[in-house]
Design a protein around this ligand. Structure first.
Ligand code: MIG
Length: 669
């Protein structure tokens, strides 16, 4: 059951798609407490959700803030990342399970047993929001009710499930060709190469640098012939340059966010001083979205939207203040206090609350200050692109995923988890972040494999890949200046890497089917163990394994130098220890704890009883995948069963046609 409680007059978020009559009277389960709500947790209560946040699958024991933030240092002390996902579920066992969704575009703070171990408290920045309380028998059922409330998740084209190679630093067409050669010459599968900001002319959106990429359309065509797509980045800020027709049109039509005095707001990002389109207005979304056409016309079929929290390096006003303040230290004798405030001055420039409170949007005719709807910005940038794709290429899927997001954006695109580091702890963090983002509807998601920042190591590349082959978005991406980490750069592990990549492609019939099932049924592709084994108290303790689709469990090794790991099995399963799709050993394991050896070139995969896994022959790209001739892996202790497999052209949007489903029978022999 879903109950809706309305407070004040909220700025519309367009997140909820069902109309629910507001309930009267007190909110059950929660106690009002000033600007927020309290819930007293029992010692065994587990809290799931809050989307893209750090720390555990169980969110207890820390505090979190929903306020989309560009912070490239994902350390344990941080409270916000790029997404703002205000949905969580309290699992207090049978009869004590409920979900909460705060429908609000501004800041929300959560204290989940941080101040007091037994107390959950959340507070909303202003008294204008809708609160949804969802009760149900099981956690998955509560999550599904929530997802119905907010609408069906985005489904990307099938090729987006292939490997993508990215790096901030590919400068020109030759760099891109070299990457493709590196993959193809080494017989490594690949479906996409990403273009980071250097493809643009002076970092201006919707331009292509003619020296570096003299003929993007020809390049796209040349790569497509090898089964590879180009995926360019689009940044939120529009370069301030009146010679640029896009910039000029936005100015003429008054499409940019404005300052108090009504003039366009300017903030500096990669293109230098930039304007920020007011994506909350439908006509602005339509205008911005249509700009993607110039790249679509060049044969591009996918995009990633960046810097849309929005990230702002500085504003001219704030910069002038800081320069003045720094200047005031000249000739003065500094005491320590002065020294520290001096030192902090330049650091205070980026992504500052002062700047976020200095510009305005127009929402349904009303002037609204940015910080009140901050979390809707990236959401509506992605929506702009997605709405335009639907118009420009009707019935066609275009890949789009974003850095900033808010629930609602899950209908329009996927997300990636932003600037992680090449740290073992971030491999584990990647796993732990998946259930939260999936609960919020972002099924198409994944982290930068091998790590974005810092120099990676060959063993981390391989171990991260051994988890990455299961994530819907599988993209290797790295920052400027870090060690090169394309999969062909590690001769020592080339064979193992090739086998792992080929394994991903072989598993695609299952991975793609389970993804589409999750999208069409408002379910989850990745789930914590306790979602399916609610009666097992051990299951909720597991923070380093996930259920994948209906029939599998994954348990990656996330520790450097480990040659195996402990795995918890809530029930007996068949374990596959895979070196490749052709080379593996398997055994039946009873429920309980097991220490399982797993060499650097191996991955552990568990088939749940009664389940079947269709496996294809590996291919060099998704377009070449043969989904007709399949091998069925299975664990059928109770006799024959069948698998419902989803296949379609991978490109059009009529997902609901019954002929897309095939029933694969298996007698268990
Ligand atoms: O300020 O475009 O998260 O993936 O490579 C950094 C350069 C801007 C941040 C993104 C990252 C991307 C980088 N961008």
């Amino acid at each position: 059951m879903i109950q809706r409680f309305c407070f004040g007059t909220m700025v519309p978020t367009d997140t909820v798609v069902q109309s629910i009559t507001p309930a009267e009277g007190p909110v059950p389960l929660l106690t009002p407490d000033g600007d927020g709500w309290l819930y007293r947790m029992a010692p065994t209560d587990v809290v799931y959700g809050l989307g893209e946040t750090l720390r555990g699958i169980n969110k207890r024991g820390w505090h979190y803030t929903s306020f989309c933030s560009d912070d490239p240092n994902h350390t344990e002390d941080k409270v916000s990342l790029y997404g703002a996902h205000n949905f969580f579920v309290v699992d207090g066992g049978q009869g004590h399970r409920f979900g909460v969704f705060v429908d609000f575009g501004g800041r929300v703070d959560y204290d989940i047993g941080y101040t007091r171990t037994d107390t959950l408290r959340f507070a909303v920045a202003e008294p204008n929001y809708d609160l949804y309380l969802i009760t149900g028998e099981t956690v998955p059922e509560i999550c599904t009710q929530f997802r119905r409330l907010v609408g069906r998740s985005y489904i990307p084209p099938r090729w987006a499930f292939g490997l993508g190679q990215s790096r901030w630093g590919y400068k020109n067409a030759e760099d891109i060709r070299a990457v493709v050669r590196g993959y193809r010459e080494n017989h490594l599968p690949l479906d996409a190469v990403y273009l980071d900001i250097d493809y643009m002319q002076d970092y201006a959106d919707f331009t292509v640098n003619p020296q570096r990429f003299p003929d993007l359309a020809a390049l796209a065509k040349e790569l497509k012939a090898q089964g590879i797509r180009l995926v360019p980045i689009i940044d939120a800020g529009i370069k301030k340059d009146e010679a640029n027709p896009v910039c000029r049109e936005g100015l003429e039509k008054g499409y940019y966010c404005t300052k108090e005095d009504g003039t366009p707001f300017v903030g500096a990002v990669w293109p230098g001083e930039a304007y920020f389109a007011d994506f909350l207005r439908p006509e602005v979304r339509r205008w911005f979205g249509r700009q993607y056409k110039v790249l679509l016309d060049a044969g591009v079929e996918g995009f990633w939207n960046d810097m849309n929290e929005p990230a702002i390096f500085y504003t001219p006003e704030h910069l002038a203040q800081v320069i003045d303040a720094i200047g005031s230290f000249k000739g003065r004798k500094m005491d320590l206090e002065d020294y520290f405030s001096f030192k902090n001055l330049s650091g205070s420039l980026s992504n500052s609350m002062q700047d976020y409170a200095s510009f305005y949007h127009e929402v349904k005719g009303q002037k609204v200050r940015h910080d009140r709807i901050h979390n809707l910005y990236g959401y509506n940038m992605t929506r702009a692109a997605s709405e335009a794709f639907a118009e420009l290429r009707p019935n066609h899927r275009t890949l789009i995923f974003s850095r900033a997001s808010c629930i609602g954006a899950h209908r329009y695109g996927g997300i990636w988890l932003g600037d992680n580091n090449a740290w073992w702890s971030h491999l584990l963090q990647n796993l732990r972040q998946m259930p939260g983002v999936q609960m919020s509807g972002f099924l198409f998601s994944g982290a930068d494999l091998s790590g974005f920042g810092c120099d990676t190591t060959p063993d981390l590349v391989l171990r991260w890949l051994e988890f990455g082959i299961f994530t819907p978005l599988m993209r290797n991406h790295s920052a400027l200046g870090t060690r090169n980490q394309e999969y062909y750069r590690f001769p020592e592990h080339l064979d193992a890497i090739r086998r792992m990549l080929r394994l991903r492609y072989a598993l695609l019939p299952y991975l793609y089917s389970e993804f589409v099932k999750a999208a069409l049924s408002d379910g989850m592709y990745f789930r914590p163990l306790a979602f399916d084994y609610p009666e097992d108290p051990q299951a909720s303790q597991v923070e380093d394994q996930l259920l994948l689709g209906e029939g599998l469990m994954v348990a990656p090794v996330t520790t450097q130098n480990a040659t195996g790991r402990y795995v918890y099995l809530p029930e007996g399963m068949k374990m596959l220890r895979l070196r490749s799709v052709e080379d593996y050993d398997s055994c039946l394991l009873p429920a309980g704890h097991h220490y399982l050896p797993c060499g650097l070139n191996e991955v552990l995969l568990f088939i749940r009883p009664g389940h079947i896994l269709p496996v294809a022959s590996p291919a060099d790209c998704t377009d070449q995948l043969d989904t007709e001739h399949l091998t069925l892996w299975h664990y059928l202790p109770d006799g024959p069963a069948s698998y419902r497999m989803y296949t379609d052209d991978g490109l059009t949007t009529d997902y609901d046609r019954p002929e897309h489903w095939r029933i694969l029978q298996c007698d268990g022999e």
